[in-house]
Design a protein around this ligand. Structure first.
Ligand SMILES: Cc1cc2nc3c(=O)[nH]c(=O)nc-3n(C[C@H](O)[C@H](O)[C@H](O)COP(=O)(O)OP(=O)(O)OC[C@H]3O[C@@H](n4cnc5c(N)ncnc54)[C@H](O)[C@@H]3O)c2cc1C
Length: 721
């Protein structure tokens, strides 16, 4: 809308609102719009309608439209009044049209006055809401109208901020509100007949109120039933179920889902097509952390002289390093093994699972035999696999991913790591420390783009100090072999550079595993990020099919997969009694570079982008006694708090063992403890954990009560005099 028009509309609405408020006050409308007053004025109102029916109807209609359009309170009393004055059918007609028209005016006001500003401010955050409204807006609105959990005026204004068409809004509103309006108007006709308190207990009035009470529940159940019917319509439901739950995938998400199901004595089958433990154990967290341990020692050996040692350079035996990596996997394997889960009561089946209908899973075992299992619920926990970008020549030249890099037995002389995210940084640093000539290529202007710029800068400096040739702002455009030498061509601006390499490791992200096991046939919708679309209870389009972990997003961590698994398993098994919304309010994560980067809650950039007011408190770890003694005095603790309060909005820690240090802040945020509580907690001296307390101390110093301190100073001066 053009600014001049917008100003004019604002002015018009402002004047109308001011006028309405003045009239509201002058006639004490708040007092008039009470049940008691309505009962008292019933005779006058009815008489007015008797003597001048059209004028009374007209005035009532106008008042109702104005009240609805300006979002004034009193719609309920006005609706009851319509029943009392005009009777059921005329009252229903008047209120139905007046409320819908008023709602439309409020909707249009919000759209033309507020939507641009709201979009400008929250554009990115609104995208999923807009997408939902585009897809299911009519149903949402119908539900909101039928089930009055949200106030009438709020629905009008909020819907005005969405992309829904005005005609559709009006039509759905009128239809959706019709039954509710009829119930209220009918109650008004009964109310008009009340002459003494005893009348209140008349069966008809009681019936009206009971209707009012149970109507939202009936409507909600009806909408859910209709939705479920539509989704399940083309499938034949089995007469009996073999299992309460079938879980597909035995990574973090699947293992925890199955564990919980067996703990509560449900009959559960866990199907794994490849290795128990999934990516974390076999290709992800565990091998990468084992490699990082060896790489860290390589680095420490280089620094040994500074700790008083000589002749300790050491030689990397890469094959031995990788043997240890596999030994670590083998040592942890029993935690996730078939034997352990079988003992826990889980029916573990090794094979490829395919969902053939919403209640049936077909399992193909390695020997080709198949088994069909009917189940009341399914949890999809199929994880993600490395994404390989379509770079011309890459497939021909050959590349490794996080799935295949653990098969290396020789240290690559020249390694290219594609990707500057957490996995790329962890692996590039490790290989460089172990002696590979490592080049890391990142398209974005900095590494670890999810973190604040200062974090990226620190990690980039650390990578470079470890010998990584870091090329940010460089896009890989093709791979080729020239005279037997593999080369990656990268472009920055108009300049192309060739990087010769022996091994290329592709670490540019992970794609959810959504293909080849029946989702296409079920028509399960995916999000724009290609994860399975789920609701707040982790239910997919089919309410008995749940999704957790990397395949569901929005996070790709082992601990978030496990966190979601609890909700999915409990909702699947007990959802008919009570369902729980998955809680993403406090999600921590860490990247295990050196220094480590750990975060919970908002970063500074996110808070700014979301328009959340914040204060920053920073403590430099270079000041910390234990870090100085350890020779690891670098990094910082950065805490974002609500301005003027100690409530924590987010924490970023960069430093040695940052991932462990973060736990105290995670606990504080989860349980609503502020910085004062952290400051008031004894921290053992000398530990790295003291950094958390010192950060809280920095905050306290900045918020010291200056006036009180001046008085204290005077008091002490007086004591000395
Ligand atoms: C190099 C690397 C380092 C990482 N480091 C960390 C870290 O430090 N901390 C952290 O929190 N996260 C880390 N991650 C991420 C972590 O590994 C994943 O977030 C986690 O494994 C997700 O668990 P999941 O249960 O969703 O899936 P997965 O662990 O991927 O498990 C899915 C399983 O489903 C099976 N499956 C798939 N389809 C079928 C089918 N149709 N039938 C039967 N089985 C099927 C697969 O074989 C697989 O075993 C790292 C990842 C990588 C690659």
């Amino acid at each position: 809308m053009r600014p001049a028009v917008k100003t004019a509309v604002w002015l018009g609405v402002g004047i109308a609102l001011a006028g309405a408020i003045a009239l509201y006050r002058h006639y004490d409308v708040g007092h008039l719009l009470t049940l008691e007053n309505l009962k008292q004025s019933r005779g006058t109102l009815a008489a007015a309608y008797q003597s001048r029916p059209w004028a009374t109807l007209g005035v009532f209609f106008a008042i109702y439209v104005a009240a609805a359009a300006l979002s004034f309170p009193g719609a309920l009393i006005l609706t009851l009044a319509a029943g009392a004055m005009f009777g059921l059918w005329v009252g229903l007609m008047v209120v139905s049209f007046a409320s819908s028209l008023g709602a439309l005016l409020a909707f249009l006001s919000a759209r033309y006055l507020l939507r641009d500003d709201v979009e400008a401010r929250f554009g990115k955050l609104l995208a999923p809401i807009y997408e939902g409204v585009r897809k299911d807006g009519v149903l949402y609105l119908l539900t909101l109208r039928l089930v009055p959990i949200f106030p009438f005026w709020m629905v009008n204004l909020l819907m005005g901020l969405t992309p829904m068409g005005a005609g559709r809004f009006y039509g759905v509103s009128q239809i959706g509100m019709l039954v509710g309006t009829a119930v209220y108007v009918n109650a008004g006709t009964q109310l008009a007949a009340v002459r003494s308190p005893a009348d209140i207990l008349s069966p008809a009035l009681l019936g009206s109120f009971v209707l009012l009470g149970i109507f939202p529940l009936l409507a909600k159940a009806g909408v859910a039933w209709l939705q479920a019917r539509k989704v399940y319509a083309k499938w034949q439901k089995p007469a009996h179920f073999d299992r309460n739950l079938v879980v597909i995938g035995a990574g973090a998400g699947g293992l925890v889902s199955a564990y919980i199901a067996s703990a509560v004595k449900a009959s559960v089958t866990l199907v794994e097509g490849h290795k128990m433990g999934g990516d974390c154990l076999n290709y992800g967290c565990v091998p990468s952390k084992a490699l990082i341990r060896s790489a860290k020692l390589a680095k420490e050996l280089q620094k040994a002289e500074s700790l008083g040692f000589t002749g300790t350079q050491g030689t990397v035996d890469f094959a031995a390093v990788m043997r240890r990596v596999h030994q670590v996997i083998a040592d942890i394997e029993p935690h996730d093994s078939v034997e352990r889960y079988t003992k826990l009561g889980v029916d573990v089946v090794q094979g490829h699972a395919r969902i053939t209908n919403p209640w049936t899973v077909e399992i193909t075992r390695p020997d080709g035999s198949t088994q069909l299992l009917t189940t009341r619920n399914i949890v999809i926990a199929t994880g993600a696999s490395p994404f390989v970008p379509p770079i011309p020549g890459l497939a021909e030249v050959g590349y490794l991913t996080s799935d295949t890099v653990w098969g290396l037995t020789e240290l690559p002389k020249r390694l290219v790591v594609l990707g500057g995210g957490p996995i790329g940084c962890e692996l590039a640093q490790s290989f460089a420390r172990l002696g590979a000539h490592t080049t890391q290529v990142e398209m974005a202007a900095r590494v670890m783009v999810r973190e604040d710029t200062e974090v990226s800068d620190l990690i980039a400096a650390s990578l470079r100090a470890d010998g990584v040739q870091l090329l940010t702002g460089h896009q890989a455009v093709r791979a080729e072999v020239v005279e037997g030498e593999k080369r990656l061509i990268v472009r920055s601006g108009d300049v192309e550079t060739a990087i010769a390499f022996d091994v290329l490791l592709c670490a540019v992200g992970r794609s959810p595993r959504v293909a080849g096991f029946g989702l296409e046939e079920l028509g399960l919708p995916l999000t724009p990020r290609k994860t399975i679309e789920t609701n707040a209870y982790l239910q997919t389009l089919y309410p008995n099919i749940y999704a957790v972990g990397d395949v569901a997003g929005p996070y790709q961590f082992t601990h978030t997969a496990a966190h979601q698994a609890w909700y999915a398993a409990v909702n699947a098994l007990f959802g008919r009694v009570k369902k729980f919304r998955v809680d993403y309010s406090v999600i921590p994560w860490a990247t295990f570079t050196d220094p480590e980067v750990a975060r919970v809650g908002l970063s500074e950039a996110e808070a700014t982008e979301q328009g959340v007011p914040f204060e920053v408190t920073r403590y430099g770890i270079d000041d910390l006694d234990r870090a100085i003694a350890d020779g690891s005095a670098h990094g910082f603790v950065k805490v974002l708090t609500v301005p003027g309060k100690d409530k924590i909005l987010g924490v970023t820690i960069v430093g040695t063992h940052a991932g462990d240090l973060l736990a105290e802040y995670v606990l504080a945020m989860k349980h609503g403890l502020g910085l004062n509580k952290i400051l008031g907690t004894i921290h053992t001296y000398p530990t790295l954990a003291e950094a958390n307390k010192y950060a809280a101390g920095e905050w306290k110093r900045a918020h010291a009560p200056q006036r009180l301190l001046r008085w204290a100073q005077r008091f002490h001066a007086w004591e000395r005099s």
